[in-house]
Write a protein that binds this ligand. Structure first.
Ligand SMILES: [Zn+2]
Length: 444
């Protein structure tokens, strides 16, 4: 596997910390609203990456958090006269549903901030002890000067960052770039007792603490997220780990590009729909997943009527070919479990090349074409058809695309045979009626 590492700004060959294992952490959402289509992209990309690793024989330990403490959650709870947990529980369920609907595996663990507070307080105390953080009037700040290379993950020059930070300068900070680890608060939102008084943790600490907790180590293989998280969030995560442990938090920092939401607005057929759940409802799971996965993850996606139509057409082409194959295999009782390993290999090759899904898609279409040719032959090689069919399904499974074709009942089989007989008897009227019936049943 080769991955583009944001840290080094280049493609690198993946070397795991532990043989045949991958530790993968993905920053999850702040749960105060429904996921928009942009939030669904990392779900799909990192799930596909996980599935590729698994296909290559790795065991993947996948963790993604829920940020359930945030000023926006508190404000919404107040506005709707609800408990904060009512809001967060609701949106956590909604987010898990999106994962299910997009055929993404649920992470092995989904830690929440509200369940990690003692560990977060302990971690901040250690940062203070090692002089990487300081307290001022109940607030605790991270001392950016305590790490050598602050800004290096997001490839920014410290002086430029400082110019930007001075605009919103806070007199309590030693350096305008220092960031909040613990916030003193006296509002009526959720808060906890700490050595620095009542307050709430800042956003950048939770992921570091959760990684330590969940993986029982201070460095993981892959830290993922949208490119918008590179700075300040990931830079700040890495800085805290480096201050305490003197090394990076992850060996590979992998970032997916954004989705142009202006593009969504430009799509006439969707209007202003840009929530993942609404897109799934309108277009179906496979089309939405395909839209997200068939583009390379480091490229911006513009969602327009054309790109949506293209995804629909492609999924349709694949489904039609597979459905016809399934029917022929069913009618001839010709299913077997064999896979074409070299064909699968050919698909996994681009998928291992920095998750080059567009080239993976190209291999799928080559095989679909092959399948259509095999089906047109007079003397059909059903073993080969079955093997090709199963292999294409396996490729699609890795892409997160699933079809459920059911076997014919004996009644349906009779109907199909009657249709064939009517055709060979040249009874076209009956043949047309039977055909309509077969289409209605979803068999043709
Ligand atoms: Zn994070």
């Amino acid at each position: 596997m080769k991955l583009f590492n944001t840290r080094s700004n280049q493609l690198e060959t993946f070397v795991p910390l532990k043989e045949n294992e991958v530790s993968l952490y993905l920053c999850g959402p702040t749960v105060y609203n429904h996921a928009h289509i942009g939030n669904a992209r990392p779900i799909v990309i990192f799930d596909t990456l996980k599935k590729v690793f698994e296909a290559l024989g790795y065991t993947v330990h996948y963790v993604s958090n829920f940020t359930d403490v945030d000023d926006r959650i508190i404000a919404l709870a107040k506005e709707e006269n609800k408990k904060e947990t009512d809001i967060t529980d609701f949106y956590i369920d909604a987010y898990n549903q999106i994962r299910t609907d997009l055929n993404a595996d649920q992470p092995d663990s989904t830690p929440q901030v509200t369940q990690t507070i003692p560990e977060i307080i302990e971690f901040i105390s250690e940062l203070i002890k090692s002089e990487a953080a300081y307290e001022k009037d109940g607030n605790v700040y991270f001392r950016v000067d305590s790490v050598k290379d602050y800004g290096s993950l997001s490839h920014q020059v410290l002086e430029d960052l400082q110019v930007g930070a001075r605009i919103s300068e806070n007199v309590d900070k030693e350096n305008p770039l220092d960031f909040l680890l613990w916030k003193d608060t006296d509002d009526d939102g959720i808060k906890w007792q700490s050595p620095w008084g009542l307050g709430r943790p800042g956003w950048h600490t939770e992921c570091v603490v959760m990684i330590h907790q969940e993986f029982k180590q201070h460095k993981i293989d892959i830290h993922g997220g949208g490119v918008d998280l590179r700075f300040p969030h990931h830079e700040n995560e890495a800085a805290q780990n480096c201050a305490l442990h003197n090394h990076d938090l992850a060996n590979y920092w992998v970032h997916n590009a954004m989705i142009n939401l202006d593009g969504v607005k430009m799509s006439k057929s969707l209007g202003n729909v840009h929530l993942a759940k609404d897109l799934i409802e309108v277009l179906g799971s496979n089309v939405v997943r395909w839209l997200l996965v068939s583009n390379h993850y480091r490229q911006l996606i513009n969602i327009t009527d054309e790109t949506i139509e293209q995804s629909k057409t492609e999924i349709n082409r694949i489904e039609t070919a597979l459905k016809q194959t399934h029917l022929q295999l069913d009618l001839n009782d010709a299913f077997n479990d064999g896979l074409n390993e070299s064909m699968l290999e050919k698909f996994l090759e681009p998928m291992q090349d920095d998750l080059n899904t567009p080239n993976g898609v190209a291999v799928i279409f080559e095989e679909i074409k092959q399948l259509n040719q095999l089906l047109r032959q007079r003397d059909k090689d059903y073993d080969k058809i079955s093997e090709t069919y199963r292999t294409v399904l396996r490729m699609l499974e890795i892409m997160g695309i699933e079809f459920n074709f059911e076997r014919l009942t004996s009644k349906q089989r009779d109907l199909y045979n009657q249709w064939n007989k009517a055709k060979s008897d040249k009874n076209f009227e009956l043949a047309d009626q039977l055909r309509a019936k077969l289409i209605e049943l979803g068999i043709l």
